[in-house]
Design a protein. Sequence first.
Lengths: 136, 240
Amino acid sequence: MIGAQTPLKVSIAATAASIVLVLVVFELVRSRRLRERYALLWLLTGFVLVALSAWRGGLNTIAGWLGVRGYPPAVLFAVGLLFVILVLLHYSTVISRLSDQNVILAQRLALLELELSSPDGERTPAADAAPEARGS
Amino acid sequence: MSPERRIAIVPAFNEERNIGRVVAELRAFDPSLDVVVVSDGSADRTAENARAAGALVLRLPFNLGIGGAVQTGFRYAWERGYDLAVRCDGDGQHVPSELPKVIEPVVAGQADIAVGSRFVAGEGYRSSASRRVGIRVLAAVVSAIARQRVTDTTSGFQALNRRALELFAADYPHDYPEVEGMVMTIKHRLRLVEVPVQMREREHGRSSITAVRSVYYMARVLTALFIGLFRRHVVPLEEA
């Protein structure tokens, strides 16, 4: 055999940890604390990590491709980090959308309050036109 | 059956070219039917055209997606005490003259929710091969979970009584609600029936589900259905 091998104990520990991740995500979705649309990326992360951890031959081969000579499990770190970055980036876009929507909600609330408090409930004609339609 | 109040709920996203006609047809079909259009963050004149055609309009300030839009209509219907709600899409593919078929089982007390299916009769709708496969798979999965044969899991042509309205006003799936909604209905022991209806091809604009998205769509729906299997309380009415 040429090249370093993944130690069995490392493989077992990493597999166990990845399975725990998948189970935790599953449970969060099941109990409705995490929405399914935000769980998909996490589930994908978990499945990829399970596969790479449990399949030592594959991990060694991939490490060989990437030129990781000394310690194949380093690839696990790299893959894990990549997915964490992806998840964070995804969340950044989600937060941006939420704050845009929050602004729109606050503005609409202010307009409605004025409308409710004005004496004869007069409407501004502009209320019918919809300037905002972002999001989703 | 006239003392009961009926409402049509029409979700619409950028349907300015179709919505006026949809509303007009609904009102012409049954003048006693109230029509509420939920404009889901439309950037065009959907809301104005719907109002001009005589509909009540709920204008969402941004796009919530079909589930959130439809649920807005369900909440309105529930809170205003309507006895029967029909849901039809704002793109004109649901024909008002088919409404009696969908309403009938609910009014007769045979079902809490009746779904108009394009496929019960095995005819009346053409679509691409990949979409047909997807439709079959979803129908098979939902039928297995529900232990009841269903054929059209993505139909938005539905009639609901107050029991069904109560459920959906409190909790309705977000992204692809028809499929999960069917499973929810059955898990809550509401009676669901499918009735054969004819649908029209879209007149203007295009459907929200494109070919590229359908794989992703299937993955998400199947994941949601799978996880749903493990939920004990299908509906946790909003927790504190």
